[in-house]
Design a protein around this ligand. Structure first.
Ligand code: ATP
Ligand code: MG
Length: 451
């Protein structure tokens, strides 16, 4: 028989391997704790939605709808469906469908995979994860400031430095329309400098040309008419209000008049958290106001603002902070030999888990059930604080051998402990400090070991 061909992951779609999982968990736990501390509630929406939802929400002439969506026809019934490219459209659909703002404004957050058919490169994937927040039913600049400060707290808690905030207002539809006419006229005067992409966008989405990364166009777009100069009184007051709150709370930012969003539904506040540490994919969080969207979807006019973070990019930043110690797989590794000892090991492992400990029980592999020596090697590799050893001798004496695995060989004491007292002994040892010398009663490090 010839060797079957290997199946590999879809291009641009990544596995998150066990060695990276603790970093992801740390990020997600930190973000979720902070979101909760600001009163945000979790919402989970399907990964697949009707294609028309995104076409309408995101706008027909955006990158996403023009060329990045994974759309397909359900072969069972002909429904036109799309893998969600972002989270706001689904969240807003759910808010309207379930009348979530009936009783008042809502602070929501979500996380999960998003899908865009882009050219895979560092920081840009075809499946990527976002965590995002949507504040629905709030109109003032106060909530915009809150969202921004929530992000700042997250960077602080994660220890991320060199993340800076860029801010802009893109006004309302009328203001953009007045600016657009002048912008198109300006761009037409410089048609010789426009690249193919910009030429294509000239009449469909000229604002996005300002966002270009093409170095040859930088000088030209820098001098283009600025939307900021076209803001009416209310939009200006909104922006000023936001800046005032940020200033009072010592949030640093730069106003970037060329900052726009790739999606059509935004108005007024737009912001990005950017770093130089990730090459050209340096935006780790992007947000803004989308007051018109809910009405566009057939809901009652409801202002809203939100942000989305690209988790892969943040994880890469976290990795750059330095070597993190490989976390241990368990507190206790159970080593056993012989049928009776195995039966006893199963019982003791369950009791230790009842007491809140993480326990890995040695199990057979194709190479066999393993000598004591090879099992001890596994115990060592697991990072366990203790190995609990049960063999024929131990069975005969109704006791287990408990070996401390941390510290120098000289410190690795071994004790014989009756089965009846094993759980208390191990719990005592672990809380008592051997593996964690912290006197602080409130230390959470081993919170789950306290009873
Ligand atoms: P860009 O201009 O870089 O394409 P975008 O406007 O498409 O960005 P958003 O739709 O605002 O990005 O998404 C919010 C955040 O999600 C981005 O700032 C980024 O951190 C992350 N993100 C977006 N697309 C990808 C992707 N293909 N792979 C990984 N992360 C992504
Ligand atoms: Mg994009």
């Amino acid at each position: 028989m010839s060797k079957p061909e290997k199946i590999v992951a879809v291009k641009g779609m990544n596995d998150i391997l066990p060695q990276d999982a603790p970093m992801w968990e740390l990020f997600e736990n930190t973000a979720e704790t902070i979101l909760k501390s600001y009163g945000y509630q979790k919402i989970v929406t399907p990964i697949v939605e009707d294609t028309s939802l995104f076409a309408r929400a995101i706008g027909a002439v955006t990158d996403i709808v023009e060329k990045e969506m994974y759309s397909f026809e359900d072969s069972m019934n002909g429904d036109k469906l799309t893998l969600r490219p972002e989270g706001t459209a689904g969240a807003v659909r759910a808010v309207i469908e379930h009348n979530l703002v009936y009783e008042g404004p809502k602070r929501l957050w979500y996380k999960g995979p998003m899908f865009r058919h882009e050219r895979p490169q560092r920081g840009r994937y075809r499946q990527f994860f976002q965590i995002g927040a949507e504040a629905v039913g709030f109109s003032g600049p106060d909530i915009d400031a809150e969202l921004i400060m929530l992000c700042r707290r997250l960077w602080d808690d994660l220890g991320l430095q060199n993340v800076r905030l860029e801010l802009n207002s893109i006004g309302n539809a009328d203001e953009r329309l007045r600016h657009r006419a002048d912008l198109i006229a300006y761009l037409e005067q410089h048609e010789d400098i426009l690249d193919a992409e910009a030429k294509r966008r000239l009449h469909s989405n000229p604002l996005r040309i300002l966002d270009t990364k093409n170095p040859a166009m930088q000088e030209m777009v820098n001098a283009a008419p600025k939307l900021l100069d076209y803001l009416g009184e209310e939009s200006q007051a909104h922006l000023d209000g936001l800046k005032k709150i940020l200033d009072r709370n010592a949030v640093q930012y730069t106003v970037n008049p060329r900052l726009v969003r790739g999606l059509d539904y935004y108005n007024r506040t737009v912001f990005e958290w950017v770093t130089d540490a990730l090459g050209s994919q340096g935006t780790i969080c992007a947000g803004g106001r989308y007051d018109p969207l809910i009405e566009q979807f057939g809901g009652k006019p409801t202002p809203a603002v939100g942000f989305a973070m690209g988790i892969e990019r943040i994880i890469e930043l976290m990795k750059g902070l330095g070597e993190t110690q490989a976390p241990s797989q368990c507190d206790v590794y159970m080593v056993h030999q012989g049928e009776a000892a195995q039966a006893q090991a199963f019982i003791m492992a369950e009791r230790l888990r009842d007491a809140g400990l993480d326990v890995v029980l040695h199990c057979a592999t194709p190479a066999g059930s393993g000598s004591f020596k090879s099992q001890m090697k596994k115990a060592d590799g697991s990072g366990a604080a203790f190995a609990v050893i049960i063999g024929e001798d131990e069975m005969a004496n109704d006791q287990a051998a408990v070996k401390a695995m941390r510290g120098d060989a000289g410190e690795q004491q071994q004790a014989n402990v009756p089965f009846d007292g094993l759980v208390d002994y191990v719990v005592d040892q672990i809380i008592g400090g051997g593996e964690h010398d912290c006197d602080d009663e409130n230390c959470n490090e081993h919170g789950h070991h306290r009873h």
